[in-house]
Design a protein around this ligand. Structure first.
Ligand SMILES: *[C@@H]1O[C@H](CO)[C@@H](O)[C@H](O)[C@H]1NC(C)=O
Length: 409
């Protein structure tokens, strides 16, 4: 697997970046500055929304299996809008902050609210905002016994039904980013009746198939994932990268100016993109919000997606346990042909995590693909879908026009 050519292929981009990164600062601060300040690292999603002048509501949504999830809403400014409500689902290790962190004039939740949409942001079980269960304590094994499968099977349907009930609407729009796309595919394939409840889905960097990823670091992690997970579990650690109050200060220390080059190399290796598109201040702020806690089992399931390239349920790695859980030694695959709601896809050639070849693979399986949009900036990376300097021009403007079209406006 690791021939010389392979190594060069993996290290090549890193070496190239090493030569580019020293010039980042001078290029970086020119255009498209986000209207954000360092203090934003320390605020919660609702606090940020309020601070930037929008109304916000905090809802608690109960899932069938007893989790109590936080959902944040920016209510519509005008009553009687002909637009359907919108439900947004964030990426792995992250939270609803994905939609607001880059501030007014850029953040997707604000752009949607400015257009008059009723904006609902979910928070998956286990992240810093969704850490309650009717019976299980946050410290219990039972609480953390889930992967993105349960987020798709329980959280997504609970959010959808909650929004429809609250807004007295028949349907809603769905926007998902990265893991947010995985979980809606689980939801729709396991509960096909949900298809009827979606006007259209906007998928940002759809991560259903992940086998072709480029990152060197990630290859190392995926190779050793079974062992890392076994060790964590043996040490009775069930939560991975929990959010902690001082993480902003911690990461700021960990990545001061000279060392920031190393931190950035890691980032660009994993997610792709390019230095000028990553705002230095925003990166600091982001580290106050990300990572925000997932289960160890969920990370293991993500590793399996990268390693095996099969969209299927969690593999216990042991035929007997699989048999016990699934009634078969074969791990059940999700049936993507049951995803029937209209889909619009947005992807990038510069995305090192979700490779465009995997996006094309997914598209072939979709029965209701409305459009597929490669971001015109070919260097646009995985994190740029929420945090890139040029994300509004490169992506959101296109998506907003598509939403309005779907609403017949
Ligand atoms: C997938 O779902 C479709 C439509 O419900 C069904 O016809 C097909 O048999 C399913 N495939 C598998 C492998 O279960």
């Amino acid at each position: 697997m690791f021939g010389g050519k392979m190594l060069l292929k993996m290290f090549g981009p890193v070496l190239l970046l090493c030569s580019v990164v020293p010039f980042v600062r001078s290029i970086g601060n020119k255009s498209h500055s986000f209207l954000v300040v360092d203090e934003d690292a320390l605020l919660t999603t609702p606090q940020l929304i309020r601070k930037y002048g929008y109304e916000v509501e905090e809802h608690e949504v109960r899932t069938e299996d007893g989790y109590l999830l936080a959902m944040y809403r920016i209510p519509p400014r005008h009553l009687g809008s002909r637009r359907y409500p919108i439900f947004l689902m964030h990426s792995l290790l992250s939270t609803s902050a994905d939609w607001v962190l880059i501030g007014r004039n850029h953040g997707l939740a604000y752009l949607l609210a400015d257009l008059g949409y009723d904006v609902w942001m979910g928070n998956a079980r286990g992240n810093r905002y969704s850490r309650k269960h009717e019976r299980y304590a946050i410290t219990s094994v039972e609480f953390w016994d889930f992967t993105w499968h349960e987020i798709g099977l329980y959280d997504v349907p609970a959010f959808i039904d909650y929004v429809l009930k609250q807004t007295d609407s028949r349907k809603l729009h769905f926007i998902g980013y990265s893991q947010g796309t995985i979980v809606v595919f689980v939801a729709l394939s396991e509960r096909p009746e949900l298809n009827e409840k979606l006007v259209q889905m906007q998928l940002l960097s759809p991560a259903i198939y992940l086998k072709e990823f480029d990152s060197f670091l990630l290859k190392l992690i995926v190779m050793s994932c079974d062992e890392i997970v076994a060790r964590l579990t043996a040490s009775q650690i069930y939560e991975f990268t929990p959010y902690f109050e001082y993480q902003y200060f911690f990461f700021k220390r960990l990545c001061p100016s000279p060392a920031q080059r190393v931190c950035r190399l890691v980032i660009f290796d994993v997610v792709g993109g390019y230095p000028e598109n990553l705002d230095v201040k925003l990166l600091r702020i982001l580290l106050g919000h990300f990572p925000a806690g997932v289960s160890v089992k969920q990370i293991h399931h993500v590793c399996q997606l990268f390693r095996d390239g099969i969209f299927q349920q969690y593999d216990y790695g042991n035929p007997e346990i699989n048999l016990q859980r699934y009634g078969s030694t074969q791990v059940p695959k999700y049936n993507v042909s049951r995803v029937k709601a209209p889909v619009r896809i947005y992807y990038s050639y510069g995305d090192r995590l979700v490779n465009y070849r995997n996006v094309l693979q997914l598209q072939q399986e979709l029965s209701n693909l409305v459009s597929s949009y490669p971001v015109p900036d070919k260097r646009f990376g995985h994190s740029d879908f929420a945090y890139g300097r040029n994300v509004k021009e490169m992506l959101y403007d296109e998506m907003l026009a598509n939403l309005e079209q779907a609403d017949g406006l």
